[in-house]
Unconditional design. Structure first.
Length: 498
């Protein structure tokens, strides 16, 4: 993976990757079983709350308010963290964040770190950067451990190994655990209890030995400088409390103003992600405390395209995301294509709008992601902070096709239209001209009606891909405009019946 862009190196555009993925029957079976199970449980958990709609709106309003005043709350956050004994570092991009973390680890003299599951560190390619610098990072989340041991890539925000079944996981443990630490027990089966126990024994020695922990954060409270991690396995609690040095790498959009704001998100996040009323482990820490937890705390605040995204009035709502993954579990495209096809650590509907904004639409992958959707709207319906993902998808499609002015690294630049969309642009220009000239529109409708029996079911040329899986709509024998004029808006038919 490229640390600068967060792109999986060598990945083709989404249509090509998805074309191969949908033919993998094992992958599709794994995804269907997992996503349907999670989303059904989520629906039941959400239905327990009579005020879910109000909580959803409150989360949206809190996030929007914070993003509008982000410069104020980030300064407040830095002041609060510093006052509590922590040190804040600012990283404009992935390269700078990786350099900061590497320097901080080297200053401890250690060559190993344990990690809490973190999308931000995956985004910047931290593990790969540390490895190149002679520092080994051990993932401690069970699913992340499976991905790491299997030399794989995550395919889901919440469950990175969702594409693996129990038999595959057992094989990975038996083959790879010994080269990373404690080997898997002899005679390991694929029962969940045995797989979990093998991971527990493997990780326990790492928890007890590690002097440096690296985490992300689900939320950062500007009022107090408190960071929050919610998780289900207890590995996060071990990483956050046992090491002598803790380094947290967090995107700037994870800020919330006050402790009271957490009340909303600690109700909506667990129900939307793991379908639980509350997470088994909710860890909070504020700076350092003598005799309790890490002696040294560093917070690395990462931009990496977020302020550029903030400048987009439509696209900025993607920064509300609290990484619950509910949108992935209801998306028909994700269910069939899987997460790897998105070429990013952010798969699914949220990845289709977040990655092209953080990274730009210059690559084939990012230019294709806004089209990785049927626009069915299921993602918007389940989003706990009401991100209108279909609206942003259409907005980004327009950017890809038309180009236009965007913000990159804080400066306004004009994007050229992406290659391969000339026919689409010509069609849209023709449609715009036709709809603004009523006489031409009427003549075209009459011509289409009179030649309807000669119309093909599919379109040749550039339109072939669209009609390969759908028929063209049948043209009526008479246009609505002509019917209206002939019947005086239907009056002639009613009067004739009296």
């Amino acid at each position: 993976m490229s640390g600068t862009t967060g792109t999986f190196v060598g990945m083709p555009a989404f249509p090509v990757a998805a074309h191969d993925a949908v033919r993998n029957t094992t992958l599709r079976a794994n995804l269907k079983h997992a996503t349907h199970t999670i989303r059904d449980k989520r629906a039941r958990a959400v239905a327990e709350l009579d005020d879910w709609a109000q909580l959803r709106e409150a989360g949206k309003q809190i996030k929007d308010h914070t993003l509008r005043h982000l410069e104020h709350y980030l300064v407040r956050l830095e002041e609060s963290v510093t006052a509590a004994g922590g040190t804040v570092h600012w990283a404009a991009d992935a390269d700078e964040a990786n350099r900061i973390v590497t320097r901080l680890v080297r200053e401890t003299g250690e060559t190993e770190v344990v990690k809490v599951k973190s999308m931000a560190t995956q985004e910047i390619g931290l593990n790969e950067h540390l490895e190149a610098e002679g520092i080994r990072a051990y993932e401690t989340d069970l699913a992340e451990l499976i991905v790491q041991l299997g030399d794989d890539r995550p395919s889901h925000i919440l469950v990175p190994a969702i594409h693996r079944n129990r038999g595959e996981i057992r094989d990975i443990f038996e083959k790879e655990m010994g080269s990373w630490g404690r080997a898997a027990p002899d005679g390991l089966t694929d029962t969940p209890a045995e797989l979990a126990e093998a991971a527990r024994l493997h990780l326990r020695e790492k928890f007890l030995r590690a002097k440096v922990g690296i985490s992300g954060a689900n939320f950062m409270v500007a009022e107090t400088g408190t960071l929050v991690v919610v998780e289900s396995e207890g590995n996060g609690r071990m990483c956050l409390t046992l090491p002598e040095t803790l380094i947290s790498v967090v995107g700037i959009e994870k800020t919330v103003p006050t402790w009271q704001d957490l009340e909303v998100f600690l109700q909506t996040l667990p129900r939307s992600s793991t379908a639980e009323r509350m997470n088994p482990y909710t860890s909070t820490w504020t700076g350092t405390t003598d005799g309790d937890g890490p002696r040294t705390f560093h917070l690395v605040l990462v931009d990496n395209g977020r302020t550029d995204t903030l400048a987009d009035e439509v696209g900025r709502q993607a920064l509300r995301c609290i990484r619950c993954s509910a949108c992935l579990n209801v998306c028909p495209v994700y269910e069939r294509a899987g997460g790897h096809a998105y070429g990013s650590v952010y798969p699914g509907p949220i990845g289709a709008i977040l990655s092209p904004q953080l990274r730009g639409t210059g690559s084939a992958i990012d230019a294709s992601l806004p089209y990785a959707s049927s626009l069915c709207g299921a993602c918007y319906e389940v989003c706990p902070v009401a991100i209108d993902i279909p609206e942003v998808l259409v907005h980004l499609r327009e950017r890809v096709v038309q180009g236009g002015e965007v913000t990159r690294r804080g400066a306004k630049v004009t994007l050229k239209p992406a290659k391969g969309h000339a026919a689409e642009r010509a069609a849209m220009r023709a449609a715009r001209w036709t709809f603004t000239h009523p006489a031409a529109l009427g003549a075209g409708q009459r011509l289409a009606s009179r030649t309807r029996r000669f119309h093909p079911r599919t379109v040749p040329g550039p339109g072939k891909a669209w009609t390969a899986t759908r028929d063209l709509p049948t043209v009526p024998a008479e246009s609505f405009r002509d019917w209206w004029q002939r019947t005086d808006g239907g009056k002639a038919g009613r009067d004739g019946g009296k």
